[in-house]
Design a protein around this ligand. Structure first.
Ligand code: GDP
Ligand code: IMO
Ligand code: MG
Length: 434
């Protein structure tokens, strides 16, 4: 199979999530036939801004505002059906009928997974990631234990009962006997409730793998939307301070069930500073007395949990790793408007670990705990009015302030990847394609 005419595009986060993947997915959805989520669950939160309208999505792909594109929730996503139904209803209330299909192979987050997430977070102490407590790690564990429940099972009452009994008893025992907590919801109640959810979403459930395969062979344009970001990947991120589904581009084939076997366009979404919700070493983190101004200006409060995000300077060791691991072919540089007005901007180009200069992300948590940022300092650019921003969008990259261009070129050089998309604001319209 070939990838003629950029038929296949994969969007990935290069940091700790919340880089602006939703905005860029929405931007490219207009020219896509399919927009597909391939991993994550409702731990993700994606904000789309179109004119004065703001949409917040957790599970439904960020292409949903263009109903011509079919939205697919792939097998690699873990689905809380209750949240999904709420999201569909919310969109319908706003006049958007999601053109949605859900893989029958996607795993289902059950109430005992959420209870288990709560219990685990207490247990992990210093090594916890600061989970969103949406049941992500426990549902992934059940999938690997091989007693998970899949979306398709909700449509087969007998099979569902058989599987639920096994999964329910296992999880209830651990919650009660290992963690000494109680889990009061009965198997019968869950069974009835989730069969009902199955009925509500039945019309969306299908074999999405075959449909996507056929679409790909017919040269349809497919946009694969990643959630989370590089450093949260369970294999390549700052393990164990990450999430439980892989978010690197290589996972896209697994998470949608099509062996594309072609060179994809891979867009690495990169915010000009870094934010982090949860626990882990954060090498470029700003001390709280300096962080608040940037957090407020950038509105860095979690879409999913409302938690204030930790913030810090751009870390190019992190982005360099993302470019390497995901095979990123181009970067989207986000939120340049938020750094406007800073006289000087720091960029971390390497880590100092025990006096040694390290340019590639270490695997060792001991090293990460000791790492100190090595910064280059670049001159800033002035605050931009909305009119100026619109003007830049019209006149493209060359019209941007000189120091902003130098900053972008510095990133390109440091990580060896071209920045083809420049974002100057949250709105769909505030986007420059170079
Ligand atoms: P995602 O998880 O990667 O999809 O990102 P989120 O949607 O959680 O967080 C990114 C936030 O930044 C959202 O509120 C976006 O509306 C906003 N955003 C995206 N691009 C820009 C930009 O260029 N400038 C500004 N000011 N906000 C942006
Ligand atoms: P989007 O798609 C930011 C973080 C959590 C926690 C760790 C594990 O919006 O970029 P989990 O609930 O998955 O077990 O939590 O991962 N996390 C995110 N942080 N953006 C996200 O998604 C995230 N999804 C998970 O804060 O540190
Ligand atoms: Mg987000």
């Amino acid at each position: 199979m070939t990838n003629t005419n950029n038929q296949l595009t994969i969007i990935v986060g290069t940091q700790w999530g919340d880089e602006g993947k939703g905005k860029i997915t929405d931007f490219f959805a207009e020219k896509s036939d399919y927009v597909v989520r391939f991993q994550g669950g409702n731990n993700a939160g994606h904000t789309l801004v179109v004119g004065d309208e703001i949409y917040k999505l957790h599970l439904i792909p960020s292409g949903v505002l263009y109903p011509k594109a079919i939205s697919i929730i792939g097998n690699g996503v873990v689905v809380d059906p209750k949240v999904l139904i709420e999201e569909i209803t919310e969109l319908q209330k706003r006049g958007i009928e999601p053109n949605l299909k859900i893989s029958e192979r996607a795993h289902v987050i059950m109430p005992y997974h959420i209870a288990m997430d709560e219990a685990l977070s207490g247990h992990q102490g210093n090594l916890a990631a600061g989970s969103t407590k949406r049941g992500i790690a426990p549902v992934c564990a059940d999938k690997v234990y091989r007693h998970g429940i899949r979306i398709g099972d909700l449509l087969e009452p007998e099979l569902f009962k058989e599987k639920l009994t096994k999964s329910y008893n296992f999880n209830k025992s651990i919650i009660e006997k290992v963690f000494n907590l109680s889990f009061a919801i009965t198997l019968e109640d869950i069974y009835t409730e989730y069969l009902e959810y199955g009925k509500k979403i039945a019309k969306y459930i299908t074999d999405t793998e075959v449909e996507l395969f056929k679409a790909f062979k017919q040269d349809k344009k497919i946009l694969l939307e990643g959630a989370q970001g590089m450093s949260l990947d369970p294999d390549h991120g700052m393990y164990p301070h990450g999430t439980s589904t892989n978010n690197v581009a290589g996972y896209a084939s697994v998470g949608v069930g099509v062996g594309f076997n072609c060179t994809a366009k891979v867009i690495g979404i990169t915010k000009v500073y870094v934010s982090r919700v949860g626990n882990s070493p954060f090498i470029t983190e700003l001390p709280e007395n300096e962080a608040k101004a940037l957090r407020d200006k950038g509105n860095e409060y979690g879409t999913t949990t409302g938690r204030p995000r930790r913030v810090g300077w751009l870390d190019l060791v992190q982005v360099r790793q993302a470019v390497r691991v995901s095979g990123i072919t181009e970067l989207a540089i986000m939120k340049l408007d938020i750094l406007a007005g800073f006289p000087e901007i720091k960029v971390c180009v390497a880590y100092d670990i025990d006096g040694e200069r390290i340019e590639e992300m270490p695997a060792s948590l001991t090293k990460l705990r000791k790492a100190k940022p090595i910064y280059e300092i670049l001159p800033g650019w002035p605050e931009l009015s909305e009119i100026e921003c619109n003007d830049f969008v019209k006149n493209n990259f060359e019209a941007l302030p000189e120091n902003m261009k130098k900053y972008i070129e510095f990133i390109e050089q440091a990580v060896g990847c071209k920045a083809s998309i420049i974002s100057l604001g949250p709105k769909r319209s505030q986007t420059i394609i170079r």
